[in-house]
Design a protein around this ligand. Structure first.
Ligand code: NAI
Ligand code: MG
Length: 498
C-alpha cells in the first residue's frame, strides 16, 4: 500500500522536503499508524524565509490594504467553519484530546480569524498636539517576516492565534507546527491556499525543533519569533534570537495555583478543580496544577475531589462518552510517569491514580498527590499531564505566598464568596491570566500571556495585534521655510568689498 506523504507549503507551492525524509505519525489513543509527513530541513526553512522576505519587501504585501487582508481572513474563517467536524476529528486522531475539546478549539480558531479580520481595519494611529508649526503622528507598520513555532497541545488554535494577527498586521510568516501534530495545520493551509494569499505570504515548514525551529530563531532575515512551548525551549530561542535582536514573543510554561477558601461554593469549587487540571489531559500551559485548599475544608473537599476524579472516563477521544484522552506521545507519558515516581520518592501521598492504563495508547489515570511541601519538585516544576498536587493554607497571606512561590506566573484562580477577599487575592497574584469562581474560560478579545518565567508579551485581543506591529512617528512641518539654526551663508569677503 502506498502511503500519502503530506507536504509543506512554501512560496505558494506544496513541496516535499529537499532531503526526501519522511516522518510517520501514530494515533496516541491506539499507537497505530496515522499519517506520513515530509520532514523539513534547515534548507527548506531557509527557502521559506526567503520567500516570506520577497513577499514582504518586493511584492508589496507590507503595503497591502487592511481591507483586503481582512477579506482574506474572513474567507478563511468561512471555509474553516464549513470543515469544523472533519478538522475536529483529525485533531482528536492526531493529538488525542476528546472530540468535545477539539470542536471547541476549531470553533475558537474560526472566531480568532473573524476577530482579527475586524480589527485589521480599525483605527490604530495617534496624533499629538505638539509645539511649533508641526503635526506629529504615529502609525503602526508590520514588523516584517515572522517565524512562529507551535506546540502540540493545541495544534490548530495556537497556530491560528499567531497567523491571524500577523496577517491582520501585514506581516509575512513561516510557521512550524510541533513535529507530533502537523495534520490540522496542513488542512488549514489548504484553506489558505484556496483563499488566495499572494505567494510567499504564508509558509508552512514541517520538521523538528532542533532544525526548522532553531533556524527560524537564528535566521537574520526573520524580524520576529513567536513561540509557545516549554520554558527551557523558550530560553534557548531567546538566546538565539538575541544574535540578531529579533523581537520575541514567548508563551511558556506554568504551575498555576487554584486557591479555594472555606467559604467558596463547594460543588462549584470541586467541579472547577477537576476541570482546571484534567481538561486536555493536563497538557495545558495554564492548567490549575496546584490546588491550594484552606485547611478547614481539606477533608471534605479531598473526599469529594478524589471520588469524582476516579470516575472520570478515560479513553479514545473519538468515543462520545470519553471525558479524558491519552497523552500526546510515549515521551510525554513517560515524563508524567517519572513525575509520579518522583512524587512518591519525595514523600508526598498518592491519593488516586498514578498508573498507565493497561491497554494500547498513552493513557494515564487522573492522579492526585497531597501532603506536599513547597520545595518539592512536583510542586515547583511543570509536569504537563493529569497530575494534581495539593497544598494547604491557614490564612489569606499564606495562600498568596504559596500561590506566588514558583518561578512561573501564567495563571491562577480564587474561589470564595467574599468579593473583597477575591479581589485582594487576585491583585496580589503575579500572573497574567486570572479567574474568580471559575477556571479556564478565556476569550479571544482578552490578552493571553504570563508574568515571570511564563513568558514575554501577550497574544490575542488588541495586545496580540500590537505584537506584530512596529511603531513609527511621523513629524510634518507645516511652515516650510528655513529656521537658520546655523547662520545664513556669509557673503564672501571679496563680494562684500564694494
Ligand atoms: P517544546 O517546547 O520543546 O516544543 C514546542 C515546540 O518548540 C515544538 O514545535 C518543537 O518542535 C519546538 N522546538 C523544540 N526545540 C526547539 C528549539 N531548540 N528551537 C526552536 N524550536 C524548538 O516542548 P516538548 O519538548 O514537546 O515538551 C517538553 C515540556 O515543555 C512539556 O512537558 C511541557 O512542560 C512544556 N510544554 C509547554 C507548552 C505550553 O503550552 N506552555 C506546550 C508544549 C510543551
Ligand atoms: Mg523539547
Amino acid at each position: 500500500m502506498s502511503r500519502i506523504i503530506e507536504k509543506m507549503y512554501v512560496d505558494g507551492q506544496w513541496v516535499e522536503s529537499q532531503s526526501g525524509e519522511v516522518r510517520e505519525l501514530v494515533n496516541p489513543a491506539t499507537e497505530e499508524y496515522l499519517a506520513s509527513v515530509t520532514e523539513g530541513t534547515i534548507e527548506d526553512t531557509k527557502s521559506a524565509i526567503e520567500a516570506a522576505r520577497r513577499a514582504f519587501d518586493e511584492d508589496d504585501w507590507a503595503f497591502s490594504k487592511a481591507r483586503e487582508r481582512a477579506a482574506l481572513l474572513l474567507k478563511a474563517a468561512d471555509l474553516l467553519e464549513q470543515k469544523i467536524d472533519e478538522i475536529s476529528l483529525l485533531e482528536t486522531l492526531n493529538n488525542g484530546k476528546p472530540l468535545r475539546e477539539s470542536s471547541y478549539d476549531v470553533s475558537d480558531a474560526v472566531d480568532q480569524l473573524r476577530y482579527y479580520a475586524g480589527i485589521a481595519t480599525k483605527p490604530h494611529g495617534q496624533t499629538f498636539d505638539v509645539p511649533d508649526e508641526m503635526t506629529s503622528s504615529v502609525v503602526r507598520e508590520p514588523i516584517g517576516v515572522v517565524g512562529q513555532i507551535i506546540p502540540w497541545n493545541y495544534p490548530l488554535v495556537m497556530a491560528v492565534q499567531k497567523i491571524a494577527p500577523a496577517i491582520a498586521a501585514g506581516c509575512t510568516l513561516v510557521i512550524k507546527p510541533a513535529e507530533q501534530t502537523p495534520l490540522t495545520l496542513i488542512r488549514f493551509f489548504e484553506i489558505l491556499d484556496q483563499v488566495g494569499f499572494p505567494k510567499g505570504v504564508v509558509n508552512l515548514v514541517l520538521g523538528s525543533g532542533k532544525t526548522v525551529g532553531a533556524e527560524l530563531a537564528r535566521n537574520e532575515l526573520v524580524d520576529k519569533i513567536a513561540f509557545t512551548g516549554g520554558t527551557e525551549t523558550g530560553r534557548a530561542i531567546m538566546i538565539s534570537a538575541a544574535q540578531t535582536i529579533k523581537k520575541v514573543g514567548l508563551e511558556l510554561g506554568g504551575k498555576s495555583p487554584n486557591i479555594v477558601f472555606a467559604d467558596a461554593d463547594f460543588e462549584t469549587a470541586v467541579d472547577y478543580a477537576l476541570y482546571a487540571i484534567y481538561a486536555n489531559q493536563g497538557q495545558v500551559c495554564s492548567a490549575g496544577s496546584r490546588l491550594l485548599l484552606e485547611e478547614t475544608i481539606y477533608d471534605k473537599f479531598v473526599e469529594e475531589l478524589v471520588a469524582r476524579a476516579e470516575q472520570i472516563e478515560v479513553g479514545d477521544g473519538t468515543s462520545p462518552t470519553t471525558e479524558m484522552g491519552p497523552l500526546i506521545s510515549e515521551t510525554q507519558m513517560n515524563r508524567v510517569l517519572h513525575y509520579i515516581e518522583l512524587g512518591k520518592s519525595e514523600g508526598a501521598t498518592l491519593l488516586c491514580g498514578g498508573k498507565r492504563l493497561d491497554r494500547n495508547g498513552y493513557f494515564i489515570e487522573p492522579t492526585i498527590f497531597t501532603h506536599t511541601t513547597p520545595n518539592m519538585r512536583i510542586v515547583q516544576e511543570e509536569i504537563f499531564g493529569p497530575m494534581l498536587v495539593i497544598q494547604t493554607f491557614k490564612t489569606e497571606e499564606e495562600a498568596i505566598r504559596l500561590a506566588n512561590g514558583t518561578k512561573y506566573g501564567l495563571a491562577g484562580a480564587v474561589f470564595t464568596s467574599d468579593v473583597a477577599k477575591a479581589h485582594r487575592v487576585i491583585r496580589k497574584l503575579r500572573a497574567g491570566i486570572t479567574w474568580i469562581n471559575t477556571y479556564h474560560p478565556t476569550y479571544n478579545e482578552a490578552p493571553w500571556g504570563g508574568y515571570k518565567q511564563s513568558g514575554i508579551g501577550r497574544e490575542l485581543g488588541t495586545f496580540g495585534l500590537e505584537a506584530y506591529l512596529e511603531v513609527k512617528q511621523i513629524n510634518v512641518n507645516l511652515q516650510v521655510e528655513p529656521t537658520h539654526w546655523f547662520k545664513k551663508r556669509q557673503p564672501k569677503t571679496n563680494e562684500t568689498v564694494s
